[in-house]
Design a protein around this ligand. Structure first.
Ligand SMILES: [Zn+2]
Length: 222
């Protein structure tokens, strides 16, 4: 099996994992990509939905945005730059996922960042919460510039104003994990509103939460 074929299988498995996570709208709208190791390209989903994504539902895209192999419908072509920007800026990023996860998207629509309301955020690189990228038309240069500005602090996730959520990490498993944690934090915060509203973990205790997770080998040493 070639590297690309193996990556196609990994893309299909990742799409299925996103669906299982529930961090996606019922229509499955979203897109995901994997960096092709050792090459300046990515494998990018080309179906309008991540439901039942097949191995044929992927295209090879150069990190300058050029299509190397495969058909990319306009709806997907419009958001290519949102993915390539992450790979170009962050050499360690191996997977990018975008969905309209319902609770996270509620925060994006309200244009409110997610604070460190659940300790998993502190454990997995989001001690400062999930930043909000200002609105820009889907996949536009403005939207991409806003994403780049929002993630300067190192967060592996960002809310896209009036649109959805974007996450990324070294591996697909880690990216799906981040997506699930962001959606869980958003849901828990909304559920906490009738109880007086969510309260962030104290800033000095966020490092403690990370250190304890590291001590048990749940996450690498910070
Ligand atoms: Zn979208």
């Amino acid at each position: 099996m070639t590297t690309i074929d193996a990556l196609r299988e990994q893309l299909v498995a990742t799409a299925a994992a996103v669906i299982v996570s529930g961090a996606i709208s019922p229509n499955g709208h979203g897109n995901l990509s994997l960096r092709v190791p050792g090459a300046s390209e990515m494998l990018f989903s080309t179906a309008p939905t991540l439901h039942n994504l097949g191995a044929h539902g992927a295209a090879r895209i150069a990190l300058d945005g050029a299509v190397i192999e495969g058909e990319v419908p306009p709806i997907n072509r419009a958001v290519i730059d949102m993915h390539t920007a992450i790979y170009n800026d962050l050499p360690e990023a191996g997977c990018v996922i975008h969905t309209h996860a319902p609770y996270a998207t509620a925060f994006a629509v309200a244009r409110r960042p997610i604070d460190c309301w659940i300790e998993a955020l502190a454990m997995f690189g989001l001690a400062d919460g999930v930043p909000l990228a200002d609105y820009g038309p889907r996949g536009s240069a403005q939207a991409v510039a806003n994403i780049r500005a929002a993630i300067k602090g190192g967060a592996p996730a960002v809310l896209l104003a009036n649109h959805g959520v974007l996450v990324f990490h070294r591996t697909p498993e880690q990216a799906v994990n981040i997506l699930g944690i962001v959606e869980e934090a958003a849901r828990d915060a909304i559920n906490a509103i009738p109880l007086g509203g969510p309260i962030p973990v104290e800033p000095d205790m966020r490092a403690a939460a990370l250190q304890r997770a590291a001590a048990f080998g749940i996450v690498p040493e910070p």
